[in-house]
Design a protein around this ligand. Structure first.
Ligand SMILES: Nc1nc2c(c(=O)[nH]1)N[C@H]1C(S)=C(S)[C@@H](COP(=O)(O)OP(=O)(O)OC[C@H]3O[C@@H](n4cnc5c(=O)[nH]c(N)nc54)[C@H](O)[C@@H]3O)O[C@H]1N2
Ligand SMILES: Nc1nc2c(c(=O)[nH]1)N[C@H]1C(S)=C(S)[C@@H](COP(=O)(O)OP(=O)(O)OC[C@H]3O[C@@H](n4cnc5c(=O)[nH]c(N)nc54)[C@H](O)[C@@H]3O)O[C@H]1N2
Ligand code: SF4
Ligand SMILES: [Mo]
Length: 644
């Protein structure tokens, strides 16, 4: 029997998967050939999803932690303990003494039921800010009014495809595949990054710049375009506001200044500009360039370049960052009228906020599908703060947070529950994922856990099965977005070329070079972050072997370092090195490589060791503008060889 499911991982691609089931067991996963974008193949992690589902390390029963030991308990005891604690917190404080952390470890839509539950309790302390894409979203909201992507197939209409800080070969495989196909049809590819990422192998033009200097590069190209009189005047005059200020800034810059800040020559700046002028050019902006304290500014400057070169609203163009076509969809799993006590913490500053929030303090933490001890900055502080509290963690495995949790509840895997998947990073194919197998051990879905808790607390909460909720979600999508979901998947919106009518979602209805909230983006580095003498910057990238903290393949803990930096620090290839600063430390292995420029190391994110330390132990909780986003890459460390 074939069951139609979806990849549950937080990924651009959101693949449609077929699960071959025999005797109650899934034998094989394969890509659904019917899916136009994901086209019947998965990435190597996708094929390994079954190993996770059937892993011996799955938690099979609720666990109670006593010191560093975990004791299996039955569900009734676990749920009673949680309900009692919630009752106590509600009586003594208010519902905002509960902090709810919803992670990105599982992308099914029904998980949002957890939020509705906390709204019914009166509203908890919820997250704002982002670990992921917040700076880019804020930037594009200011410029366009929303983030929207062109249809994945529109890149066949482009002359050039620009992968700007997106390592598509590792993080967005089906885009990589389409780019490769386009390349075979004669299209050209430019990759802009801070190190020679694996995606450079498809680059016709590969541009290496200094970390956080993209706004200079974009402004340099803008300067060249304006000074050669090649800007898209019709777009600027009729459909934008605030261009004059951008022009003034661009004209006032010197190429020397730009070249010095980016670490490239004037010729490279001109080359980038000339490529953008070979319209249509589609640009795919990755999330790496915005993980800095100036991340919003950076993405806005790239948007400007796309607009000024005449690549907005045309076939084969676009500044593709995210695809928020559901932005105006009323959330089903939220009830603000009940959430009278709700307040917010910044996800990027979780540790600090756990520590400092008062009136009421945080007494109870509910973490589901998230591993903040591994994935948030300043992770040791989070661990210490969690250890002081009653923490419930819903996960499939013991993780870095387990030793700080009071109770760990076994989550059902994606094959053991039904769900709806609504992607919002690239393409728009919404899908339904069927339940393929019975639950393993005593695992429960998020919906089942919340239903049990709501019953215990005597709430008038809408207790429904997953199928009932799926019907409601389907009706909601049909009524509000006109999407009919009868089969495995359906297109979520009919937009192939966003902003084709040149009517933007901003207040002025125009493309806003100057926005009321953010003013005009300027060429800048994350200058506020001054490294101390001998410190190197840490640039963390996403790995092909893991999805964040979820490992699918064993990997070595490597720090890629430039040969000259290594020499200066007396580090040889494969030496064990300690990276440290005032925030914390972490041990890695040096990998000396010409692919990395001077002044920084490149490390994959999601590393943890047996002592709960993680790579984020030594990343301070800096944020990009307006607290929008964790500025992981605006961090500097000392690097020292460890005696072995
Ligand atoms: N295999 C795999 N795929 C994934 C994920 C995963 O963990 N593993 N995670 C998923 C998620 S949640 C996300 S958010 C996406 C992220 O997907 P991407 O945006 O591709 O991911 P990153 O690895 O953060 O950064 C991409 C590139 O930006 C570069 N970069 C860093 N700083 C700068 C800079 O200042 N300027 C420029 N131009 N480039 C810079 C990095 O060197 C890196 O090559 O991937 C998704 N897909
Ligand atoms: N230094 C650095 N840190 C980063 C980043 C970076 O670039 N650099 N990237 C950031 C980004 S872009 C993101 S999106 C975050 C992601 O970070 P997180 O949201 O923490 O995501 P994961 O580590 O993928 O997964 C968290 C947990 O979800 C669990 N899980 C899997 N399936 C299920 C399920 O069905 N139900 C439940 N309840 N749990 C499940 C997994 O076992 C795992 O322990 O990390 C951020 N952290
Ligand atoms: S991780 Fe991404 S590319 Fe890989 S199977 Fe899942 S959705 Fe597809
Ligand atoms: Mo992310």
């Amino acid at each position: 029997m074939i069951k139609k499911v979806f990849c549950p991982l937080d990924c651009f691609d959101s693949c449609a998967i077929l699960a071959e089931v025999r005797d109650g067991k899934v034998l094989k996963l394969s890509g659904s050939r019917d899916h136009p974008v994901t086209q019947g193949f998965l990435c190597k992690k996708g094929y390994r999803l079954l190993d996770k589902v059937y892993s011996e390390n799955r938690i099979k029963k609720p666990l109670l932690r006593v010191k560093n030991h975990f004791h299996e308990i039955d569900w009734n005891t676990a749920l009673d303990l949680i309900a009692e604690k919630l009752d106590e917190v509600l009586k003594r404080y208010s519902s905002s003494a509960i902090l709810y952390y919803s992670g990105d470890g599982y992308e099914g839509y029904l998980k949002n039921i957890e939020r509705l539950f906390f709204d019914y309790l009166g509203g908890a302390t919820y997250s704002e800010g982002s670990l992921c894409w917040g700076a880019g979203l804020l930037a594009q909201k200011a410029d366009f009014g929303n983030s929207l992507c062109h249809s994945p197939f529109d890149l066949f209409n482009s002359n050039w495809i620009v992968l700007w800080g997106r390592n598509a070969l590792w993080t967005n495989l089906h885009l990589y595949y389409l780019v490769l196909k386009a390349k075979n049809k004669g299209k050209k590819v430019m990759v802009i990054d801070v190190y020679k990422s694996p995606t450079f192998r498809i680059a016709d033009a590969g541009i290496l710049i200094r970390p956080s200097s993209d706004s200079y590069l974009a402004y340099g190209a803008i300067k060249y375009i304006i000074e050669s009189g090649k800007e898209d005047r019709s777009f600027i005059d009729n459909y934008s506001v605030g261009f004059e200020e951008v022009e003034k800034i661009a004209r006032g810059l010197s190429y020397d200044e730009i070249a010095e800040n980016c670490g490239v020559s004037k010729e490279v700046i001109e080359q980038v500009a000339e490529i953008f002028l070979q319209r249509p050019v589609s640009t795919f902006i990755g999330y790496g360039p915005q993980r800095y304290t100036n991340g919003v500014n950076t993405i806005r400057a790239i948007d400007y370049l796309v607009a000024i070169s005449g690549n907005v609203g045309i076939k084969g163009g676009g500044a593709n960052f995210a695809h928020r076509f559901t932005q105006n969809l009323e959330p089903l799993f939220k009830d603000d009228s009940r959430a009278v006590n709700k307040r917010f913490y910044n996800r990027a500053k979780l540790g600090e906020h756990l520590k400092s929030l008062s009136e009421p303090p945080i007494e109870f933490v509910y973490i589901s599908a998230g591993n903040p001890v591994s994935q948030c900055p300043d992770s040791d502080l989070i661990f210490r703060e969690l250890q002081k509290r009653f923490v419930v963690n819903v996960d499939m495995f013991l993780t870095a947070i387990s030793y700080a949790s009071t109770l760990i509840l076994p989550a059902a895997s994606f094959l053991e529950k039904e769900d709806v998947f609504i992607p919002n990073m690239w393409h728009d194919y919404i899908g339904i994922s069927e339940k393929a197998i019975e639950k393993i051990g005593e695992a429960k879905s998020e919906v089942e856990i919340i239903n049990e808790l709501a019953k215990r607390l005597g709430l008038d909460f809408p207790v429904k099965s997953e199928s009932e909720w799926i019907d409601i979600v389907k009706q909601h999508l049909e009524k509000n977005l006109n999407i009919r979901l009868d089969g495995h998947f359906a297109r979520g919106c009919a937009i192939d070329v966003p902003w084709e009518d040149r009517v933007f979602s901003t207040k002025s209805r125009k493309f806003e070079f100057k926005s009321e909230e953010l003013g005009v983006a300027v060429p800048a580095l994350d200058h506020d972050q001054k490294p101390l003498k001998d410190q190197l910057r840490v640039v963390t990238i996403h790995s092909d072997k893991t999805l964040h903290s979820q490992e699918f393949f064993k990997r070595e803990k490597l720090a890629y370092i430039n040969p000259l930096d290594a020499k200066r620090l007396n580090i040889s290839n494969r030496d064990k090195i300690l990276i440290y600063n005032g925030c914390g430390g972490f041990i890695l292995e040096a990998c000396i490589s010409d692919n990395v420029g001077r002044g920084f190391i490149v490390v994959e994110e999601g590393f943890q060791n047996e002592n709960i330390e993680t790579i984020n132990s030594c990343l301070f909780a800096f944020t990009a503008e307006k607290g929008s986003q964790a500025a992981f890459n605006s961090n500097f460390v000392f690097v020292r060889k460890v005696a072995t």
